[in-house]
Design a protein around this ligand. Structure first.
Ligand SMILES: [Fe+2]
Length: 128
């Protein structure tokens, strides 16, 4: 399927976001006190890795993960605690669902990614 320059930009931005999320969840899994939370975030990190691979298959581009969120989110865990932080993380996941809606309409392989983000939001809220 041929993609426009604008679509490619969206796919690359999505790929970058997924890669950054791999790092973010992995870093968070190392600082959370509850072992159940840690296990959940390790799992979410792995799933974000699958998402990154879905986008990479479309862009054929190797991107480098950025560490900003992997630094800020564990810091926020210490500063504001899980009761305030986890809803923010869940909101990020639900925002991703909305962001992926038009992408999934155009690229069916993104549908399962979108569904995962919805579940991720629910999963993170269920830790509270
Ligand atoms: Fe994802």
């Amino acid at each position: 399927m041929s993609i426009t320059a604008e679509e490619r930009k969206v796919l690359l931005r999505s790929q970058q976001g997924e890669l950054d999320a791999v790092r973010m969840y992995n870093a968070l899994s190392k600082v959370v006190k509850d072992p159940r939370d840690a296990e959940t975030f390790r799992q979410l990190s792995a799933e974000e890795g699958r998402h990154a691979a879905v986008f990479k298959a479309m862009t054929n581009e190797v991107l480098k993960p950025k560490s900003t969120k992997a630094i800020v989110i564990p810091l926020l865990y210490r500063l504001i605690g899980k009761k305030k932080l986890y809803p923010l993380i869940a909101k990020g996941e639900y925002d991703a669902v909305k962001k992926y809606e038009p992408v999934a309409a155009r690229f069916p392989e993104v549908e399962s990614v979108k569904a995962d983000e919805q579940r991720h939001g629910d999963t993170v809220l269920a830790l509270l």
